[in-house]
Design a protein around this ligand. Sequence first.
Ligand SMILES: [Zn+2]
Length: 409
Amino acid sequence: MASDRRVGLGTNQEAARRHNLGTVLRYVHGAGQISRAELTTLMGLNRSTIADLVGELESLGVVERALPLTARSGAGRPSAQVRLADVGPYVVAVDLGVDRAVVARVALGGEVVERATLAISGDSSEAWQVGSAVAGLIRNVVEGASSAAPLIGVGISVPGMVRRSDGLVRLAPNLGWQDVSFGSIVLAALGVDIPVQTANDADLGALAEHRRGIGVGVDDLIYISGNVGVGAGVIAGGVRLEGAGGYAGEVGHLPLAPEGRTCHCGNRGCWETEVGAHAIAKAIGCPESDAVNLGEVLDKYVGSRSALGATGKALGYGVASIVNTFNPRVLVLGGYLSSLYALVRPEVDAALAERALPAPLESVTLCLPGLGADSSLLGAAEIALEPLFVDPVAALGTALVDVGARLAG
Ligand SMILES: [Zn+2]
């Protein structure tokens, strides 16, 4: 293919062009539909360059022309519109919980097109068992996809610590996993080689809430997930805070009660021993087994609110420490913490006001997730889509088509 220089990344000019192609696609992905005039303004490029980039994305089959969203009443020609193609690229997102896994086919643009749920029980929670069951659900959710639509990759959300360099699950305490390459297990069960990205559930919750949830336009956001254990995902200055290895945000192990109960991590008095699901189940007199679906238990809770008073206070104190450390504008309480906050909001707010420093307290708002229970799932979709926004030509080049037939059996 000597005649097609575009296949290679031989020149800086070519690299810059592909970067711009990815950036245009990222804007269309975020907006669903956008005018070429807006793209011109957002990217600071001239109109003919934008027209060329859009034309190439059209020929790649990822965007198409569209009519303006609203008819213009004034004079002048409405600017040409760009929207996502009907049969465009998609990803598979997997949200691993402790008692269930959700698997979804998610289109470019972030729409969940198809989903399936798997129950995980104590005797089926080995990584290879879950991996094989997840692979079965992936086959189900891709079955209905158009054979022409390219599968870009798989994104996996894990309630545990994930090494950034290779996605190794270092520890998922509530699944009992240590040093598990879950992505490889799923791919082996599928029998295909496609890009797979794995990350921590709270980090992905933060990413999704920042890009498409309650925190759109907010560059300093923290998402705290209650998923049996407690962890945080931090977006600082618009960028994910990952730490050296990818393990930043383990706020569940902040030693907030030094004389308190022993934590599963071996330390004493971690925040999780007060606001973790096991501690809350105990506080409201539920069997420990209810900890895995604590959100549903709390949503139906009709017992005394005073049983949760100390928990609410502990939640507020921990949130205060996080607010003091990171100065977020929005702090999202996800997972069962959403249900808990609905029950003990006055206690949480009072404890936060008592312990947070006045200056960072001024700018923070406590919120529930804009994406409901899907924050981490949609974050998993975002990381799987990411290669498309870095270099769409390369990402589409390695994508899998005719996926249903290839994965069958
Ligand atoms: Zn701990």
